[in-house]
Design a protein around this ligand. Structure first.
Ligand code: CP3
Length: 345
């Protein structure tokens, strides 16, 4: 049997249509998600495999996207290890006692598959449900730098002042922290792949806060080691960050199969910077908010910039915004499938 289109595009092969999925497709923009979700913490929802499986499946059924993404979160392994994390609605991850000294390294022990059995159970359920359609499941994790920014800052930040101070003032401690995060991330991804995730995405969402020199010294080596740690499993890997236009050439050297491009860089230029590798992106999520006609104009602009060479996976340049009309996303999927030309035979 030929591989699903999404996986073939990740490997730079020619395809029947340009594949499309949306970051944050499983979540708040769907009324069926809000109906299920209740008012518990998102971490409780993620800990319920039947619920998490259903939320993962909802966008696949509704949109006919070419891949499912596991309903989980980048903080899940650290929550499982008891680091003391909650995800506050409208805000994001918040840490009780942020990482600040060498003593805190002990709070980041090795992650065993059993620590995240709720996640692997969800993967099992999803893989079983996807078997009939052959739609692949994307597993994911946060990249070490982005996770470190939450653990050190104690919550979302615009300035990244605490993490940048740590990295420049105590580089050895920063390196030790990232070593721990690499190990945990590799274990977390390996567990998802072992249970049937057919591709994985590493979210280095906040890498764009770094200069090129900082990225090269403080984020890239750890990211590379994560990909090296799963290379033997031979699944396509995607590296994504926001505001990373200046970093794309460096990110391309991180050993992922695919590089995600956010909307700040046109995709023709993004492809040049990434070089000889497939790209994923890059419709501005805000351009999905003004109704179908405007969103489809923007979609066609992205398809035009993607060109005709193989190796484009259509996505947004960041996650679906909560107020997005699901009908707009459904229309985008149809247009990408009908009109996308990158690598189409
Ligand atoms: O993409 C998907 O559909 C799969 C699910 C997914 C979630 N989080 C579920 C979620 C994925 C891939 C993530 C990744 C994630 N989580 C990232 C990287 C991606 C990115 O956006 O850059 C980051 C930085 C986080 C941390 C986090 N978790 C944030 C910033 C928030 C938003 C807080 C808020 O309410 O605005 C969360 C919560 C979260 N994770 C929600 C969802 C659907 C929304 C809250 C909810 O439904 O209760």
């Amino acid at each position: 049997m030929t591989e699903p289109v999404f996986l073939r595009a990740c490997r730079g092969e020619r395809v029947d249509h340009v594949p499309v999925w949306f970051m944050r497709q499983a979540g708040r923009s769907l009324p069926e998600y809000r109906a299920l979700r209740g008012t518990n913490s998102i971490l409780d929802a993620i800990a319920d495999p039947e619920l998490a499986c259903e939320v993962t499946m909802q966008p696949v059924r509704r949109y006919g996207v070419d891949a499912a993404i596991l309903f989980s979160d980048i903080v899940v392994p650290y929550h499982a290890l008891g680091f003391g994390i909650e995800v506050v609605p409208g805000r994001g991850p918040v840490i009780d006692r942020p990482f600040s000294s060498a003593a805190d390294l002990e709070r980041l022990p090795e992650l065993h598959e059993d620590d995240v059995r709720h996640v692997t159970r969800t993967v099992d359920l999803v893989v079983e449900q996807l078997a009939t359609s052959g739609t692949p499941l994307i597993g994911f994790a946060g990249a070490p730098f982005t996770v470190a920014s939450y653990l050190v800052e104690g919550g979302p930040t615009r300035e990244f002042a605490v993490i940048k101070t740590l990295m420049h003032r105590e580089p050895a401690l920063f390196d030790q922290l990232l070593d721990r995060l690499v190990e945990i991330t590799v274990s977390f991804l390996r567990a998802q792949i072992r249970h049937g995730a057919q591709a994985v995405q590493l979210f280095d969402s906040w890498a764009g806060s770094l200069s090129r020199a900082e990225y090269q010294r403080f984020a890239l080596p750890a990211t590379k080691r994560v990909f090296e740690g799963i290379a033997d499993l031979d699944v396509p890997t995607i590296l994504f960050g926001v505001g990373t236009g200046e970093l794309l050439t460096l990110m391309s050297g991180a050993n992922s199969t695919v590089v995600g491009v956010d909307w700040h860089v046109d995709l023709d230029e993004g492809r040049r910077r990434v070089g000889d590798k497939p790209v994923q992106g890059n419709l501005d999520p805000a351009r999905c908010l003004g109704g179908t006609t405007l969103a489809l104009d923007a979609t066609r602009e992205v398809l035009a910039k993607a060109g005709t060479e193989a190796g484009h996976i259509f996505n947004l340049g960041h996650g679906v915004l909560p107020q997005t009309d699901p009908d707009v996303l459904a229309a985008i999927v149809r247009v990408v499938h009908d009109e996308g030309k990158a690598g189409v035979t």
